[in-house]
Design a binder for this molecule. Structure first.
Ligand code: HEC
Length: 188
């Protein structure tokens, strides 16, 4: 333990380098040194890019690729059905088809999600649950297309890609309003 602590202190002491100057205050030198610990790695683009994959509501960030719903069906059966059911309705995990817009209906993609592009973003970053990030962009387009088709938002020959996906208007979009409150007395 002692040896470890000694090494740690030595390591920190050796790693800290005086980067900046000092200045005099009432005759005494005051250090403005910024410690540099020399730990961690320099980020490489491939690593940063693997995290930088958010898709915005207007489709910014969508990658190239294209698929129709029927291409997505076998992919869904193979990679998603064990948890979401053969058609996305049966569970045992989240129901992915929700066309019922009555107030008490279970909220899901078809009756609650305001932007279609979120579906691509979510599937690509989070699903399948046990191996997120394992799907190709074409597979994600295919699965997104299949789920939009199941939710009756596109037909079965619709070609889903980075241009057509942002144009799909979700039914719940109108239920969300922009928060334009400015604070102060207008807030009660
Ligand atoms: C091992 C089980 C499992 C598998 C396989 C799986 N999912 Fe999921 N999925 C979940 C769970 C659990 C959640 C809820 C996650 C949460 O709320 O954080 C979820 C949530 C979702 C949601 C969000 C639903 C909502 O309305 O919030 C979508 C969309 C989705 N999954 C799509 C897929 C697709 C597409 C696949 C196949 C590539 C897939 N899932 C495979 C377990 C799974």
């Amino acid at each position: 333990m002692k040896v470890f602590l000694f090494s740690l202190v030595t390591f920190i002491a050796v790693s800290c380098k005086d980067r900046a100057d000092s200045y005099l205050h009432e005759g005494k030198a005051v250090s403005t040194a910024i410690p540099v610990f020399n730990v961690g790695n320099v980020s490489v683009d491939s690593f940063v890019n693997s995290w930088d994959l958010d898709i915005r509501p207007d489709g910014a960030g969508l990658p190239p690729g294209e698929a129709t719903p029927l291409i997505g069906q076998p992919v869904f059966e193979q990679k998603c059905a064990t948890c979401h059911g053969a058609t996305g309705r049966e569970g045992p995990m989240n129901v992915l088809v929700s066309t019922d817009t009555t107030a008490t209906a279970v909220k899901g993609i078809g009756n609650y999600w305001p932007y279609a592009t979120t579906l691509f973003d979510y599937i690509r970053r989070a699903m399948p649950y046990q191996s997120p990030g394992s799907l190709s962009n074409d597979e994600v387009y295919a699965l997104t297309a299949w789920l939009l088709f199941q939710n009756k938002l596109i037909n079965d020959t619709f070609k889903l890609n980075r241009i057509s996906l942002p144009d799909i208007e979700m039914p719940a979009r109108k239920n969300f309003i922009k928060d334009d409150r400015t604070g102060g007395p207008v807030i009660r």
